[in-house]
Design a protein around this ligand. Structure first.
Ligand SMILES: Cc1cc2nc3c(=O)[nH]c(=O)nc-3n(C[C@H](O)[C@H](O)[C@H](O)COP(=O)(O)OP(=O)(O)OC[C@H]3O[C@@H](n4cnc5c(N)ncnc54)[C@H](O)[C@@H]3O)c2cc1C
Length: 403
């Protein structure tokens, strides 16, 4: 499975481009099934270029991922992020950083080919922004852990094969110190997934009830009690993945607005042109900022600056789709159908008519950490401003008052 034959030169920009072109020459994305194409891309080391050879990477600087993505994206190659956003964007980097050799060998390739969809079991009814305060318990029982609790907003849990589970293993120490991180088999007895419907009409996410679920200790990621450290890797990668800006110029949400403009010449006005042009310029500035940050990135976990991209992208997406529905006039209020849909592989609630995307964009400033929390992180960790008062920081979790 090793990607780069011994003796070939160390990966640089040109080398990554060459490999991407070689992949496209051997596997035409128009005729090759998506899983097969992605499998070949993984084997060539172009999945996560900063991962080691044999595990979907080349041991290259993380910033070179954009080179592979651009060449393969322009040729119409399938995207693992689109098919398995939590797997590609968050589970991959977490398993690579904290998994055993056996876990990396077992999980990464089917995750990348989207044969195994992943979900993230962090948020709970009483722990969203304050996810370190979560209450789901994992109690050691021989060579396994027994998990009881409830998770919520679990995107794609209904199609997921595996889940990233954060649970409390020691309630007697302060909240950040009593957590442990596991890979959860979503087919294990005691895992119950119930749909939650959103304002789009879709049920993209779920409540997940965990009742006496046995998780083998071999499915732990990181040390007992060090789950917060592992979770930070997931969260930093999540913010970086949600920051957008990775596609070519004019792609993403702004492409929808431009397409709408072109499709409705009768609705065009100088005011609308002015608004659209400003949004386009902002989208391009955001794209270039993200690309510059990624080019400079090494192979490690993204830092708190990922929160800047996530914050900007959430606000920009909302304003772009706001423009779209305003531009449509009364038609902007029409909605195809509120029939319940269960988005899964290749069928996300962000897809579909622009009105649906408008409604879905409202979640951008909540999912993956709210914009308020992004501002707190930027204030404290990027700008070095004084931290918020945190009264429960040194108190054992079990002694913190909660409703
Ligand atoms: C579309 C979507 C998909 C999601 N998918 C997943 C998933 O797959 N897995 C998962 O685990 N979670 C998921 N989530 C949950 C998401 O991470 C949480 O909704 C988010 O972290 C906010 O938590 P909360 O909803 O409990 O709100 P709360 O934390 O209760 O926040 C309520 C309000 O208070 C504000 N607030 C809270 N604390 C502070 C503070 N310290 N300073 C300033 N303001 C504050 C918040 O910004 C917000 O406006 C998803 C959410 C959405 C919308």
């Amino acid at each position: 499975m090793a990607a780069v034959p011994d003796g070939e030169r160390a990966p640089d920009r040109e080398r990554v481009r060459e490999l991407a072109e070689r992949l496209l020459a051997a596997h035409d994305p128009k005729t090759t099934p998506a899983a097969e194409f992605l499998g070949a891309r993984f084997d060539m080391g172009l999945a996560w270029v900063h991962f080691p050879p044999g595990l979907g990477g080349l041991g290259a600087p993380r910033g070179l991922q954009a080179v592979a993505d651009a060449v393969i994206g322009a040729a119409g190659g399938p995207s693992a992020f689109a098919g398995n956003p939590i797997g590609y964007g968050m589970a991959g980097p977490t398993v690579a950083a904290f998994g055993s050799d056996e876990q990396k060998a077992r999980y990464l390739r089917p995750m990348y080919t989207c044969e195994d969809i992943w979900c993230q079991l962090f948020s709970e009814p009483g722990a969203g922004s304050d996810v370190a305060g979560l209450a789901t318990r994992a109690v050691r029982d021989g060579d396994a852990w027994v998990v009881d609790g409830q998770k919520v907003w679990t995107s794609l849990a209904h199609v997921a094969r595996w889940g990233l589970l954060l649970a409390r293993t020691d309630p007697g120490v302060p909240k950040h110190r009593g957590l442990t991180y596991f890979v959860l088999d979503m087919r294990a007895p005691g895992v119950e997934v119930r749909p939650l419907r959103q304002m789009t009409g879709d049920a993209e996410f779920n409540e997940v009830y965990l009742t006496g679920v046995r998780v083998p200790d071999s499915e732990r990621l990181g040390q007992v009690g060090e789950g917060w450290k592992v979770a930070l890797t997931t969260l930093m990668n999540e913010r970086s993945a949600l920051g957008g800006g990775t596609g070519p110029r004019g792609s993403g949400a702004i492409a929808d607005a431009v397409a709408l403009w072109r499709a409705h010449p009768g609705k065009q006005s100088p005011e609308a042109r002015d608004r659209l042009t400003r949004l386009w310029a902002e989208a391009e500035a955001h794209r270039l900022t993200i690309q510059r940050a990624r080019r400079g990135a090494d192979r490690g976990t993204p830092g708190p600056e990922g929160s800047v991209g996530k914050l900007i992208s959430a606000g920009l997406n909302k304003r772009i789709y706001d423009f779209c529905v305003d531009f449509l006039g009364p038609e902007g209020a029409l909605y195809g159908s509120y029939e319940p849909r269960r988005p899964g592989q290749g069928n996300r609630s962000a897809d579909g008519e622009v009105q649906r995307r408008f409604l879905r964009s409202l979640a951008n400033s909540i999912e993956g950490g709210t914009s308020e929390i992004m501002r707190n992180i930027i204030g404290e960790r990027v700008l070095g401003l004084a931290g918020e008062p945190r009264v429960d920081k040194d108190v054992p979790w079990r002694d913190v008052p909660r409703s």
